[in-house]
Design a protein around this ligand. Structure first.
Ligand SMILES: NC(=O)c1ccc[n+]([C@@H]2O[C@H](COP(=O)([O-])OP(=O)(O)OC[C@H]3O[C@@H](n4cnc5c(N)ncnc54)[C@H](OP(=O)(O)O)[C@@H]3O)[C@@H](O)[C@H]2O)c1
Length: 250
């Protein structure tokens, strides 16, 4: 490994599964001191063991604004101020416009929009100047996906937040970017309550819809996070890095 994040203090929300876990593993291998978060204590423990070194896990719900201060204080006590904040925790939920319930709307928005806003706001006193913030959006944010109106618009909101955050935080030399994956092989559909059959069907649909005719692997997305986290992207802020096998723009 190249040591691109040697001794950098990193927080990855939603780091116990899928894209976040692959990113946390890569960052720890690159020398970072990594804190992963999620709601599930069991999978956090397993993920920390899988990462193997330089990592701690903290149970924290991004839908609960009061939870951020204790989270960031624990990170500060363990490792010091944060150099890289990966705002990755997210959920999806699908229903037709007709059938969408207020409860499902609130669940998605609480995590993917409000949760993202406060993940960044509450981190501000705990961030080093010159830090890199990366928010996981999605290449579907610019597509018309049937039954996905709330999810895709929450992901578009993240893209919009990044432009404003980047403009505001430039004074502290903090860079803020989104990374937009396409369809990636993770448990996100089954966690949204889709049956395994339906989830496989969605994955087949997306695999066929992209130019490269396959789903992405979490490790391929992690490489993009490393680029945005490290000095390799030192002149990039407010932009969206799309890693989607040729979905959004083809
Ligand atoms: N997979 C894809 O095709 C795809 C494509 C584009 C964008 N994305 C985005 O990528 C991100 C990661 O998704 P993934 O595909 O890796 O799915 P995943 O494996 O289901 O991971 C989602 C992560 O978010 C955490 N999370 C969810 N709600 C949370 C909450 N309220 N508080 C704290 N943590 C929470 C989960 O932890 P717990 O289960 O412990 O809560 C888990 O670690 C999401 O933002 C998603 O929208 C995914």
């Amino acid at each position: 490994m190249s040591g691109k994040l040697e001794n950098k203090v990193v927080v990855v929300t939603g780091g116990n599964s899928g894209i976040g876990l692959a990113t946390a593993k890569l960052f720890a291998n690159e020398g970072a001191k990594v804190t992963i978060t999620g709601r599930n204590a069991g999978t956090i423990e397993t993920a920390v063991a899988e990462i193997g070194h330089n990592a701690i896990g903290i149970v924290s719900n991004v839908g609960d604004v009061k939870s951020f201060e204790p989270l960031y204080e624990k990170v500060d006590n363990a490792f010091g101020k944060i150099d890289v904040l990966v705002v990755n925790a997210g959920i999806m939920g699908m229903a037709s416009l007709e059938d969408f319930t207020e409860d499902l709307f609130d669940q998605i928005v609480d995590v993917n929009y409000k949760g993202v806003f406060f993940t960044v706001q509450k981190a501000l006193p705990f961030l080093n100047d010159g830090a890199s913030i990366i928010i996981t959006s999605s290449s579907v944010s610019e597509k018309g996906i049937p039954n996905g109106s709330v999810y895709v618009s929450s992901k578009a909101a993240e893209r919009a937040l990044v432009r404003a955050f980047a403009a505001e935080l430039a004074v502290r030399k903090i860079r803020v970017n989104t990374l937009s994956p396409g369809a990636v092989n993770t448990p996100i559909f089954t966690k949204a309550g889709l049956s395994q059959d339906l989830s496989d069907g969605m994955n087949d649909f997306f695999a066929n819809a992209v130019a490269l005719k396959r789903l992405g692997r979490p490790e391929e997305i992690a490489n993009g996070f490393l680029f945005l986290a490290s000095d390799d992207s030192s002149y990039m802020t407010g932009v969206d890095l799309v890693i989607d096998g040729g979905f959004r723009d083809l």
